[in-house]
Design a protein around this ligand. Sequence first.
Ligand code: ADP
Ligand code: MG
Length: 344
Amino acid sequence: METKRTEIQDIGEFGIIDRIAAQVQVYQPSTIFGIGDDAAGIAVPPGQIVLVSTDLLAEGIHFDLAYTPLQHLGYKSIVVNLSDIAAMNGIPAQVTVSLAISNRFSLEAIDLLYDGIRSACEAYHVDLVGGDTTSSRSGLVISVTAIGYQQENLIARRSGAKSGDLICVTGDLGAAFMGLQILTREKKVFEVDPEMQPEIKEEHSYLIGRQLKPEARTDMVHELAENGIVPSAMIDISDGLASELLHIAKQSRVSMQIFEEKLPIENLTKLAASDFNISPVTAAMNGGEDYELLFTVPQNHYEAISKMQDVSIIGVVKPKESGNLIHLKSGQQVGIQAQGWKHF
Ligand code: ADP
Ligand code: MG
């Protein structure tokens, strides 16, 4: 199939911006005006404070266009920022998107990227209110800033965990990492034989979906509120459970102790891990990009938390001297170590 290719030079920066602006939808009453002025105008809901978070995604470092469809990249670039707002127990409302684009990209490619950005904005009811557009000599760079709101007394920081609190996570862990292993393996096949299309097995689609199209757990922010629960500390799992546990431990001056048997790991993740000779616990602890929420709550919320569908209690907060430990099924205890994503 012949696909149309329009060079971005032919339409220019302003042409691109006009195209983006023409398709923007506004969902939030706090958005007073968006794209088109030198700055966007936003009304802070009364009694709330503004949460701001930025992420930068660079081609070849954070994503690989060999196996990342541009729509998914657009979607994920928004979602990872919304996840940061959710991790503060906040509700995201606006985003800005800044792009550095090389002329390797056509206008049609930019359209695909924005299809993904728009569908994330629609799914989460956040408004694209601005950004910046420039050319790049090398790869594609995407920077997203998310803006959200919450009452100050409901905000969950990393520093509030107390000894005795329960440690909880949403969803399941390690799947995004196994998805990445599968995509990387398929890419190697692709490089050897460019005629061969990467083959995505049905049983791998969940894992690949977790890698390419993660979701932000803003639903959990609402569910916690409905249950009258304010987490004492919260963080989203972008670098792997181990690294996030240590962040809370350090900033709250406590230690975190968890139980291997309590880790929520899907069977599909376990199966793929065994294929790749990776321990599923390693995938969960050090894999990253799950974008689930890790949080602590006082023990009096035990019953309410136990009733929440998609939340697992995985451990308990201890005094700082006790040490950050994972209690293995074998009865052994191992110190928690962060590997996280090291891009450098
Ligand atoms: P300035 O010269 O003041 O930076 P621009 O011409 O870059 O203004 O941008 C004009 C308007 O378009 C601004 O409202 C800006 O926020 C918006 N904008 C520019 N690039 C993007 C983009 N990639 N996505 C969304 N909005 C954009
Ligand atoms: Mg500009």
